[in-house]
Design a protein around this ligand. Structure first.
Ligand SMILES: Cc1cc2nc3c(=O)[nH]c(=O)nc-3n(C[C@H](O)[C@H](O)[C@H](O)COP(=O)(O)OP(=O)(O)OC[C@H]3O[C@@H](n4cnc5c(N)ncnc54)[C@H](O)[C@@H]3O)c2cc1C
Length: 432
């Protein structure tokens, strides 16, 4: 048994301490001649990739197959910088070579079906039996929530909220927009991937416009009354982009001001909301979201579109021996972030390790740290600690620490470096 609880807890919440954990696990686990436990993981994003590497290191007596449709993975974190030409695509693109070298069987295929009775996962090309199946397949979009919008129109009015293709479309649109143009953006009021992400994107686009197309502006039509780190974002916007003045690059119209978009008029490039009809040269619609199609088609989702789980082990409440981690999981009140996804991945790996070894499952600890890049030398952050609530199955917030509004300028600069460091450590834990 791995007994150093403090080391484990630190590793669970931050992913730091893999080396110490190796030593512990190596000396603690007796590899017996018993049959290898078969683990099939669907999805090699931050959650799935972190999970397979964590479990592999905790428990050598497993045979892990990771089914991932794509040969490379593109990161959501820091993609706002890619959008506005501040970084190359390759700095955000990762392959699975390291995982292969660590003995994980990577299959590039699309998973279609789970058969819980036969305990197997069917892909386009093969069938894989499992003792435990982990679903880490991310999100899908609900385009029809806005009248006039559809999956078919998404390349014209890109969300750029998943994968490289849409991001490159939005990037090209920004390049091609004439100076004096208007960018319209909208985001949902239900749970979605990266709650502060849209506001980080607004900030980065505003900086791009200020630098390259100074007669342009961005209007955010929001279906929320308030948004995460709002006071911090608004301070950054007024410091950097004239927010609140006639010459502001950013206009934010919240739900209370009638910003909830109800219709897309595709032919005239307009968004309709109570506050009026707005014409945009570019329309970036971030649609409502729910768990990925695989989860929905295999009976893993609840009424709200996300996958209910036991938040101690991340095991599905719908199908035994199937665990759901990352954005697809209904793990309230964790946000849908890469940080939280990797935290869930480690909690799940440790729970499965304990189950395999007939040991009690440890009470989990969760944390989320999120940086938002508001400009080249300006970032803000929030760090939240959570407590697992056995009675409600919720993950309750116990404390949080947000960038103070009276921070000195050096603080915003140093938060940019911290954002990059955190990104490096998330990537290292997932892709090596
Ligand atoms: C603009 C933006 C900015 C963000 N910024 C941050 C940030 O600063 N910090 C932060 O912590 N988080 C951030 N996020 C959120 C973060 O990207 C997600 O929370 C994280 O990617 C979730 O990881 P996941 O593994 O659950 O899902 P994903 O990363 O989406 O991975 C799912 C994987 O499953 C694969 N897959 C899906 N279905 C199948 C199938 N049927 N068969 C095989 N493979 C399948 C997909 O190809 C994909 O590789 C940001 C997101 C966006 C969009």
């Amino acid at each position: 048994m791995i007994e150093d609880r403090r080391t484990l807890l630190k590793w669970l919440v931050t992913g730091v301490g893999f080396t110490a954990l190796d030593a512990l696990a190596g000396s603690a686990i007796k590899v017996t001649a018993r049959k290898k436990v078969k683990i099939v993981v669907i999805g090699g994003g931050f959650a799935g990739a972190t999970f397979v590497r964590a479990l592999q290191r905790l428990e050598p007596n497993v045979a892990i197959t990771l089914i991932e449709e794509n040969r490379t993975y593109q990161s959501g974190p820091l993609c706002a910088e890619l959008l506005v030409d501040k970084r190359d695509e390759q700095t955000l693109t990762f392959d699975y070579n390291r995982l292969v070298s660590e003995g994980i069987n990577i299959v590039h295929d699309r998973a279609i079906k789970i058969d819980p009775k036969k305990k197997c996962v069917v892909t386009r090309n093969a069938t894989y039996t499992y003792d435990k199946c982990i679903v880490a397949a991310g999100i899908s979009f609900d385009f029809e929530q806005i009248k006039g919008h559809s999956h078919e129109l998404a390349d014209k009015f890109p969300h750029a909220w998943q994968g490289a293709k849409q991001l490159n479309i939005l990037k090209r649109q920004l390049h091609e927009m004439p100076d004096g143009g208007t960018v319209l953006m909208t985001a949902p009021n239900t749970e979605y991937r990266c709650p502060p992400g849209p506001y980080e994107r607004v900030s980065q686009i505003a900086e791009y416009l200020k630098t390259h197309k100074p007669n342009s502006r961005i209007i955010f039509l929001d279906s929320k009354e308030r948004f995460p780190k709002q006071a911090q974002f608004e301070l950054a916007w007024s410091t950097l982009y004239g927010y609140g003045t006639d010459r502001s690059y950013i206009q934010w119209i919240g739900a209370k001001q009638g910003g909830t978009v109800t219709e897309l008029k595709a032919s005239s490039h307009e968004l309709v909301c109570e506050a009026g009809t707005f014409k945009g040269d570019i329309i970036n619609i971030i649609p409502r979201q729910r768990a990925d199609r695989f989860a929905a088609e295999n009976g893993l989702t609840g009424d709200n579109g996300w996958c209910p789980v036991n938040t101690k082990t991340l095991e599905s409440l719908k199908i035994p021996d199937v665990h759901v981690i990352g954005d697809a999981a209904d793990a309230q009140h964790l946000p849908k972030s890469a940080f939280a996804a990797t935290c869930q991945a480690r909690v799940c790996a440790l729970a499965i390790y304990s189950i395999i070894n007939n040991q009690p499952v440890m009470t989990p600890e969760y944390m989320n740290v999120c940086f938002s890049l508001c400009g080249t030398n300006y970032a803000i952050s929030v760090a939240v600690n959570y407590h697992w609530n056995v009675a409600s199955n919720k993950i309750d917030i116990i404390s949080s620490n947000i960038t103070a509004l009276d921070s000195p300028p050096e603080q915003y600069v140093s938060e940019v470096q911290s954002a990059y460091s955190l990104f490096e450590s998330l990537v290292k834990g997932a892709f090596g």
